[in-house]
Design a protein around this ligand. Sequence first.
Ligand code: TRP
Length: 449
Amino acid sequence: MSTARGEFSSRFGFLMAATGSAVGLGNIWGFPTNAASNGGAAFLFTYVILAFVMAYPAFMAELIIGRYSKSNAVTALRGLATSPGAARVGAGVGFAGMITVTLILSFYAIISGWMLAYMFAAMTDIARLESASTWLTQSGTTRDAVFAGIFYLLTIYIVVAGVKNGIEKWSSRLMPSLYLILIILIVYVLTLDGAMEGLRMYLVPDFSRVADPQLILSAMGQAFFSLSLGVGTMLIYGSYVSKKENLPAIGGMVTVLDMSVALLAGLLILPAMSVAQLNGIQIYDEQGALIAGPALITSVLPALFDQMGDGGILVALAFFALMSIAALTSSISMLEVPVAYFVEDRGVSRRKAVIVLGAVAASVSMVIIWNFGLMFDWVVRLTTEFSQPLLGFFFAIFAGWVWNRNALLTEIKQGYPEAESGLFWRIWPWYIKFVCPLIILAVYIQLII
Ligand code: TRP
């Protein structure tokens, strides 16, 4: 039980780890296609606003609670409570978060496995191993199971090594490469014929859509998923932050970095799609909607890379490496949530906790793979549309109503002594108390209707 807790060794390490968690398939795939299907820049505009007024405050709640309690979500929320009833609710929210994030990992690993398979396919293309490439890019339960399995092994390998030598080390290596690959791909794609049309689709707003409830709903879900909120991921990362850091400032940096990758990904994906269209590749489905689901990544873009000839193989390699990196720095943050609980509260060794919990999540993935049509969408919607906002609501209630205000201020003042006179303290407490819960509730009610 009394093993020393992990801590990020530097601000850069925390920034890379937290940004690594936040930046994932949600940014590079979810955001651009959501934007394209929801009025382009109108979505972008709503998303940016929601990210600051909604997601950033909720993110701060998790970071502050985490650093204050220096523990996992179950213990942290239980500790904030002042009555036995509230303590039970707190522990329940922590547990529900652990289950939710394990389910998120179980579908995330399947998609991530596809990204790995396509990355390998680019390599077998280079080696002219045609039948291997065909197997790798054809959907099938065996392929899905093998590559989800490989993805789990990578995730487990990093998380076993701990906070500093695993999560921080690998995030600090992988995230800068991610930015670099992303920029190179954007520059390249923007030089291709037809790219400007995609840019227009992305950047010219259809303002008639701004007040559309569906757009607001999607933008909010996107912001929530993208900052990894509601399940204790950011709480646990916050618990590894040194008391010397100014939390509102570093939380703001993570929000901006996360948003920047989403906005940049839009500059890559949408122009790539219009280039594909110009080359005769179908980018709209029968209903006239832009192809946005798995088919975008597994058929539209690969068809485009194919047409580029040999150079296209390198572009494909870079693109799927980008996706795999983004996915891996996110999945490690998911697995860390239950791991931290079992290590700290149950006295299980890290190694054992990581392997057993990784195996549990992998088993759930296998069940989903073999019942894909039945389960996949359902698990995605249950966790991201239902659980995440609901749990985010409880986090806001704990930070705004349950937790003692003086203790809260004392915590923020660590690393930010002049907090009381700053803008953050003037706005945020009020915000997390009223605005965040109300917005989440409103969206949530809309969802069930
Ligand atoms: N934010 C990541 C993305 O955009 C995914 C992610 C990581 C996540 N940890 C999470 C989502 C916890 C929900 C909960 O892809």
